[in-house]
Design a protein around this ligand. Structure first.
Ligand code: PHE
Length: 467
């Protein structure tokens, strides 16, 4: 018995908006710039685009297919697929029991999703803080003190907890309303505003004198700048930015209507998200180069951008627009994360949507207290100079997501019945779609796992000092 009434997207466009809204978030605007600076500039960007198309896109298609075919979220979708397959092979109870262990795989994905939601909410709280500081500071004194704003935040753990809770509350209110009324309507209203703001900001940024240097930094690949960790960082970032590995896209796939062709949907979401990341780079790098890349890490964006924003013509408006954009992006992605956990709860319990959302929100707030205190009470918890927030980021994104993607790839390649998967690809029996299916199957069975294992292995050699 479960509390989930089968929800569907109202329109196909609504699905695109919500999926792109979930994919496009802090990962593109906040994380992409500092990971690119730390991991090799233009060469890293190339690696990122390559992984997005070679690994991200096939996996995204895999997650959406899993959701659409089972009409369930990740835990019961994995279970169904594995159990159905073993029943059709041999109805022995031992095999069925073995297949049910996939439930654990799903459960771990959902727990990780909860952790990512909490850590994500802390950073979204920072964005809220800067948005308010920018606005209030400007109104009161006509200026905005970046260092002061950052230190207020760094030194006040309670403030970080409060901001994180406010952000989770806003996300919760939207998710409680449901798929069509809440998520689809809200993201549908906000996305166009967001795209317009982004275009205005990029145009402004590209008119700065540092624009040519920024273009060279982003698109001229100097492979000597790559490290043994760069492939893993690129891979982890692709998973994170495309919202793969935590079951979010399985949930979104389960709301798709019969007629939607998944390969085309996956392709559109991947290319849109990758383009928006590159677009975000065009917005941010001219500004960062202006300050000579003096800092990096999670604070990079907050430390450098506002300082530069207020120095340029109409900087106040430019700054406000930027932080509004950043917050809308963070909210869209948080909605995807929260919805994914809620949908799993609805699959397995009799809870109402509202109760499931409140329960998830409460757990996320409790978990989020740890990263929110990483610059105060828990500042001594660190590894090789990296604080708790960065450790959590690295563990979740660079290790857990690729491992989880490996599980999804295995499940899709070995357990999904060929005729069912093929039906998602074949369109009027055209030869082209038949070829597309064979390519996808090859990538999901061999190429993606080899690239993921290769990147993990390389990073391990790096940690052991052997590469
Ligand atoms: N894709 C989002 C971003 O780039 C983060 C996210 C990850 C959202 C996983 C949902 C699931 O910010």
């Amino acid at each position: 018995m479960n509390g989930r009434k089968q929800s569907l997207w109202g329109t196909r466009f609504g699905f695109y908006l919500a999926a792109i809204g979930s994919a496009f978030g802090l990962g593109n605007l906040w994380r992409f710039p500092y990971v690119t600076v730390e991991s090799g500039g233009g060469a890293f960007v190339l690696l990122y685009v390559f992984f997005a198309l070679a690994v991200g896109l096939p996996l995204l298609i895999g997650e959406l297919t899993l959701g659409k075919l089972t009409r369930r979220s990740v835990i019961s979708a994995c279970q169904r697929l594995a159990v159905d397959e073993s029943i059709s092979r041999s109805p022995r109870s031992k095999d069925i029991k073995g297949a049910s262990s996939w439930v654990w795989f799903g459960r771990i994905s959902v727990i990780c999703c909860l952790f990512v939601l909490s850590y994500y909410a802390v950073i979204s709280g920072w964005v809220l803080h800067f948005l308010m500081q920018f606005f209030v500071g400007q109104l009161k004194t006509g200026t905005f003190e970046v260092d002061q704003s950052l230190s207020i935040l760094r030194e006040n753990g309670l403030l970080q907890i409060a901001l994180m809770s406010v952000h989770l509350l806003i996300t919760l209110v939207i998710v409680v309303k449901g798929v069509q009324e809440g998520i689809e309507k809200w993201v549908g209203n906000v996305m166009p505003v967001f795209i317009v703001l982004l275009v205005v900001l990029v145009t402004k940024s590209l008119s700065l004198p540092t624009a040519t240097d920024a273009l060279r930094f982003m698109f001229y690949p100097d492979f000597t700048k790559l490290t043994v960790f760069s492939p893993l960082f690129a891979l982890g970032h692709v998973m994170f930015t495309l919202s793969i590995g935590l079951g979010t896209m399985v949930t979104f796939g389960s709301y798709l209507n019969e007629r939607t062709r998944i390969p085309a949907a996956g392709f559109r979401v991947t290319t849109m998200d990758t383009l928006i990341s590159l677009f975000a780079g065009l917005l941010i790098f001219p500004l960062l180069i202006g300050c000579g890349f003096t800092t990096t890490g999670p604070e990079l964006l907050f430390q450098t951008l506002p300082r530069l924003l207020i120095d340029i013509d109409s900087g106040f408006l430019f700054g406000m627009a930027f932080f509004i954009c950043l917050y809308l992006a963070a909210l869209g992605a948080s909605i995807g994360l929260l919805e994914s956990v809620v949908a799993n709860l609805l699959d397995f319990t009799k809870l109402s949507r509202a109760k499931a959302a409140w329960l998830t929100g409460a757990c996320a707030t409790a978990i989020g207290i740890m990263p929110a205190l990483s610059t105060t009470t828990l500042r001594n918890v660190n590894f090789r100079g990296h604080g708790l927030l960065e450790i959590l980021d690295a563990l979740l994104i660079d290790v857990v997501l690729p491992l989880s993607a490996l599980g999804i790839a295995y499940l899709m390649a070995r357990k999904l019945k060929r005729d069912k998967a093929e039906a998602e690809f074949l369109n009027d029996e055209s030869v082209a779609t038949q070829t597309l299916y064979s390519h996808w199957f090859f990538v999901i069975k061999w190429l993606a796992p080899i690239l993921i294992l290769g990147s993990l292995g390389l990073a391990l050699l790096g940690i052991l000092g052997l590469a």
